[in-house]
Design a protein around this ligand. Structure first.
Ligand SMILES: C[S@@+](CC[C@H](N)C(=O)[O-])C[C@H]1O[C@@H](n2cnc3c(N)ncnc32)[C@H](O)[C@@H]1O
Length: 380
């Protein structure tokens, strides 16, 4: 493992990754810690890095510790947060310890951290063995898997982290490089860690379209999902994928989030949406059933609001046919946010109202184009 240089210049799109991580941790912490069901919550930064970049920007462990330490709702937190920062390079791990001391210490007693100089996969295998030997379960854990390249992505280890009820993964996946390196025999040994020879052949056959990198990412996810399903009975894993492109419009990476939690899915949707909204990023989500895949670029609202309102309309019709003539707007919002690919915006109901498919009822003093929770709608 080459550990030089200790620090490097931040790539422009790393910032997007950090913003998503920050926003998500800000949402994840209160979701899991406020009701007091979870005594401990764990954040694992599997490829932690040195804690800062060459020009002083914060690395991911600092982003997370600051998000927790400065959280506006920390007064309501009932859980303790344990942060495990795993870094294989001793010099980078030492540097990270120092940056934490300088930038975030002192920490309140409910935030603990450990910098572990080890290989991510070895460490997690050891942790799993310990849990198994002692018949223990893993506390809710969000694991950020942010390696250089893909050779350290291990299906077994990743699915072990997902087999627990509240395990979540956030994975950086360099599909763009894979797409280029798949043609180079020198890279085959590392690519074979992710794909069988047959899959590599399939990848090579895909025509040079915009879709190629996404399909590579999907191969990876398909394999990962199969492995997760073989280890856990839980079926309802949802994922979101955020793609960051460089200035030459080449894909830099996918940031993939896997969760079983409706709330987690929604919180990540919001985080990715906010970060993608400046136009330079895209984020998309898919069903795991390859035949029913939906791909959405949320960057431009007009491009998806039509399909989102059709989805909402189907839901409204199904409730109406079950006898519910007037439906609370909050019910529609919940449906859109937690059970569909879309993000709830007034524009969804606005379109249905303008198209004369629904009308707003029981709604005094309402301004046009607004859909307050206290109101209801019915089909026209
Ligand atoms: C892309 S950087 C991580 C950046 C960091 N997550 C951030 O956002 O600031 C990858 C880091 O993983 C470390 N690394 C590489 N292989 C590793 C392994 N097998 N286990 C743990 N760390 C590893 C590298 O030394 C490097 O510091």
């Amino acid at each position: 493992m080459d550990c030089n240089p200790i620090l490097w210049k931040i790539a422009p799109h790393t910032n997007a990754k950090h913003q998503i991580l920050k926003r998500y941790v800000e949402a994840w912490a209160p979701i899991l810690s406020q009701k007091g069901y979870n005594e401990r919550l764990i954040y694992i930064d599997g490829f932690a890095g040195p804690g800062e970049y060459e020009d002083g920007e914060d690395g991911s462990p600092i982003v997370v510790l600051k998000a927790l330490k400065n959280h506006s709702r920390q007064g309501n937190f009932k859980s303790k947060f344990r942060n495990l920062f795993i870094e294989i390079c001793k010099e980078r791990a030492d540097h990270l310890r120092k940056v934490i001391e300088d930038r975030v210490e002192p920490l309140p007693s409910w935030i603990k951290y450990e910098v572990i100089t080890n290989d991510f996969n070895q460490y997690i295998k050891g942790l799993m063995k310990y849990l198994e030997d002692n018949k223990l379960s893993l506390a809710p854990a969000l694991t950020f898997v942010d390696p250089f390249g893909w050779k350290d992505l291990n299906y077994n280890v990743l699915s072990d982290l997902m087999k627990f009820e509240k395990g979540e993964l956030l994975i950086t996946f360099m599909a763009g490089f894979l797409d280029r390196f798949v043609w180079d025999d020198a890279h085959l040994p590392s690519i074979r860690k992710l794909f069988s020879d047959d899959q590599i052949k399939e990848i090579k056959k895909i025509e040079k379209t915009e879709d190629r990198e996404r399909q590579i990412m999907e191969y990876f996810l398909k394999n990962l999902m199969e492995m997760i399903k073989s280890k856990t009975k839980v079926e309802n894993i949802k994922y979101l994928a955020f793609s960051a492109y460089n200035s030459a419009n080449r894909l830099e990476y996918y940031l993939i989030h896997l969760t079983k939690s409706r709330m987690g899915f929604y919180a990540m949707k919001q985080a990715m949406y906010k970060v993608s909204h400046d136009g330079s990023y895209k984020f998309s989500d898919f069903d795991f059933d390859p035949n029913q895949r939906t791909l959405v670029d949320y960057g431009v609202e007009e491009s998806w609001i039509g399909a989102a309102s059709e989805d909402a309309m189907r839901y409204i019709s199904s409730l109406t046919s079950q006898g519910m003539k007037e439906i609370a707007i909050s019910v529609i919002k919940d449906h859109v946010n937690y059970s569909t690919y879309w993000i709830y915006y007034n524009s969804i109901l606005d379109k249905l109202e303008k198209d004369k498919k629904v009308q707003v009822v029981n709604c005094e003093k309402r301004r046009r184009g607004t859909f307050p929770d206290r109101c209801k709608i019915s089909m026209i």
